[in-house]
Structures are given as structure tokens and as C-alpha cells.
Design a protein around this ligand. Structure first.
Ligand SMILES: [Zn+2]
Length: 119
């Protein structure tokens, strides 16, 4: 709940619109299924939340159009969600010019894992 404070540049009625919102519930369900009900950063399965990696694609707001931009949505645990908003250089911080979408993040994570395995 407190993390909503950290979201900058969102419409003032945004928080209200997320409550009991059928569309948002569909977005959350789809993103969680895609991410196998795990935090994409740490892999934990508790206190999962769905995060907007960005609010704008090509200069246009994706709010209430998230189903068309699921790649910019990601499943995070409460802790990593908080970090994503607080750390400017976090790959999922909406204000980070070098932020990564979910596909790109997964791809890079897999590459790193392969490197560690010596593959
Ligand atoms: Zn996490």
C-alpha cells in the first residue's frame, strides 16, 4: 500500500481505478500466469504484485490498455516491487532510461545463467 507513494507521474485517480477493476484483475492474472506465479527477480512465490515497468510506450500512456502491452508488465514480490520504484537504476524502474521489458530481462537473465554454467 505504501509503495503507491513512490509512483510518480500517474494520474491522481489511478490508484482508485485499480481497486475492484475487472480489467486490471485480468491483466494481473495474465501476467502472473506468464511469469509462472514467481517474482521475476528473485523467484519467490509469496506476496506477488504486478508492476508497470513503464507507463508510456512511444509517448502514449498504457494505463487501462495494459493487455496490449503485457511485455511492459511484470510479476514482482513485494520487496522487489518496492526496489523497482525506489532504485533509479533498477531494470524495472519506470524512470530508468535503460529499463528492460519482461522479455528482454528474461533473455538477459538466461544468458547470464548460461555464462555461469560455463555454457
Ligand atoms: Zn522478488
Amino acid at each position: 500500500m505504501s509503495r503507491m507513494r513512490h509512483i510518480r507521474g500517474r494520474p491522481s485517480n489511478y490508484r482508485k481505478s485499480l481497486q475492484n477493476n475487472k480489467y486490471w484483475n485480468t491483466v494481473k492474472r495474465k501476467v502472473r500466469i506468464r511469469d509462472n506465479f514467481k517474482c521475476l527477480v528473485c523467484g519467490c512465490k509469496i506476496r506477488l504484485e504486478v508492476h508497470h515497468i513503464t507507463y508510456y510506450v512511444n509517448g502514449k500512456s498504457i494505463l487501462n490498455k495494459e493487455l496490449e502491452f503485457l511485455v511492459w508488465m511484470v510479476t514482482l514480490c513485494e520487496k522487489d516491487h518496492d526496489k523497482a520504484h525506489k532504485q533509479f537504476d533498477h531494470p524495472f524502474n519506470p524512470n530508468n532510461p535503460k529499463k528492460l521489458n519482461a522479455d528482454e530481462y528474461k533473455r538477459r537473465k538466461n544468458i547470464n545463467r548460461a555464462d555461469e554454467d560455463g555454457a
